[in-house]
Design a protein around this ligand. Structure first.
Ligand code: C2O
Ligand code: CU
Length: 452
């Protein structure tokens, strides 16, 4: 029996990363000394401006994004974080991207399940050039996504300089689940500003709850910070929080969670019960990317949720939308992908540094594979695959307790995560990589070729 509180916590709680332990609910609530930091007089969380979409003669919804230099940094359409791209499932969308930055860049729509032909992660847009992506917004991908550059070798710098923005896809989830339709809907996009993680560009903003249920769309668009998030009352106890979506769509039944681990690139939407008047802290909890017992970040309040008196209780829904069940027995193969590093500080997959002219993995369209992602390195690496959403099968042999579609899955130091990967909707050449952008820039990326 261990006495390390971090270990206990990691075992005792259910996280979005799926670490479920039987009997977790019976364990005492957070092992912590006091209440969270609750700063006062903070500015309200700003809503990010929305990109005005136009509709062309064919009914295509058109959005324009320009990457530009602001003098002190980089921005999309003049703002950082970039403006919100809001689309609906079933829309046909055309995103026209222009690069006016003084370096090759590109626009990757992270989370929209686009075919390799549309996504083209290896295509760079030269200064002064434009590039267009036109696509139908897939059914079932309602949720919170984002966009960022993908110019290999320079991604981290461009993101830290200001190039990242949010995407919200609306769908039946938002209309057909009454509790979601009635909840106060807040997008909280985390980026890094200097040493601090900020929300929608603001340090420790206030979120004034506008109803008895608050839907927090949590988006980790930092370049490399794992965010273990929790919502705490003044006395340090956890507020009932219900996980409703992971990266690429809803879970079937909301799951009560006390913590959500968001690796860089990852999203989760949670419903927080905001009925009791008072102040809550949305807190970044200590987490070690070096495995249990490793050095952690310090706890820090990322936002203060103010709950005014008078909100009627709104029960969270007990059912969202069905999530397709994949049968591992249908897999045509199991493929191993190994994260590692070289002694001189490069990061590798299967012992190799990224080469855009080399195909590292070949697969057939309309097949299912199991990808066994092995992290042999001493720190966590979030696995990200373009174009083909995945489901987690198990983590270190522990079956995933619920079904959900994801595009980014944390693989903790020294562990193995098995994924179900169906190749659907389009063939072509794409990439998989670690979503710590410095690691990606330094070579932790591979090329996947899917043939029809
Ligand atoms: Cu969000 Cu290949 O990236
Ligand atoms: Cu990594």
């Amino acid at each position: 029996m261990t006495t390390d509180p971090r270990l206990l916590r990691r075992r005792a709680f259910l996280t979005a990363a799926g670490a479920a332990v039987a009997g977790a609910a019976a364990l005492p609530v957070l092992l912590r000394a006091g209440g969270p930091d609750l700063p006062t007089d903070r500015p309200e969380l700003p809503d990010l401006p929305e990109i005005p979409l136009t509709t062309d003669a064919d009914g295509v919804r058109v959005a324009r994004l320009v990457a530009e230099s602001t003098g002190t940094g980089l921005a999309y359409n003049g703002t950082s974080p970039g403006p919100l791209l809001r689309v609906r499932e079933g829309d046909t969308v055309r995103v026209e991207f222009t690069n006016t930055v003084d370096a090759p860049s590109s626009l990757h729509l992270h989370g929209l399940p686009l075919t390799p032909e549309v996504d083209q992660p290896l295509h760079h847009v030269s200064p002064g050039e434009s590039h267009t992506q036109e696509f139908p917004v897939a059914e079932g991908c309602a949720g919170t996504h984002w966009y960022h550059p993908h110019a290999h070798g320079d991604v981290e710098r461009q993101l830290l300089a200001g190039l990242a923005g949010p995407i919200v896809v609306e769908g039946p989830l938002d209309r057909e689940v009454p509790a979601l339709a009635a909840a106060d809907d807040r997008l909280v996009m985390f980026t890094r500003a200097g040493r601090d993680v900020v929300a929608n560009g603001v340090d420790q903003p206030r979120i004034t709850a506008r109803s008895g249920l608050t839907r927090l769309r949590l988006l980790n668009s930092t370049a490399g910070d794992h965010l273990l998030l929790g919502c705490l009352r003044e006395d340090g106890s956890a507020v009932p929080t219900h996980l409703v979506t992971t990266d690429v769509g809803p879970v079937e039944h909301p799951r009560e969670v006390e913590e959500v681990l968001l690796a860089p690139g990852e999203r989760a939407e949670v419903l927080v019960e905001t009925v009791e008047a008072g102040r809550l802290a949305l807190v970044r909890l200590p987490y070690s990317v070096y495995g249990p017992g490793g050095e952690t970040n310090e706890e820090r309040t990322l936002a203060v949720v103010e709950v005014p008196a008078g909100h009627a209780p709104m029960p969270p829904p007990d059912r969202l939308l069905p999530v397709e069940e994949l049968d591992p027995a249908d897999a045509v193969r199991t493929r191993q992908v190994v994260f590692g590093a070289t002694p001189d500080g490069s990061f590798t997959i299967d012992g190799r540094i990224f080469d855009m002219d080399r195909v590292d993995a070949e697969a057939r369209l309309d097949t299912l594979e199991i990808w066994e992602v092995v992290n042999e390195h001493g720190s966590d690496h979030p696995f990200h695959l373009h174009s083909y959403p995945v489901q987690v099968l198990d983590r270190d042999g522990v079956p995933e307790p619920y079904r959900a579609w994801r595009d980014t899955v944390n693989v903790p130091a020294g562990s193995t995560v098995r994924l179900l990967v169906p190749f659907r909707h389009g063939a072509g050449r794409t990439v998989y990589h670690c979503h710590i952008l410095n690691h990606e820039d330094l070579g932790m990326m591979g090329v996947l070729e899917v043939t029809g």
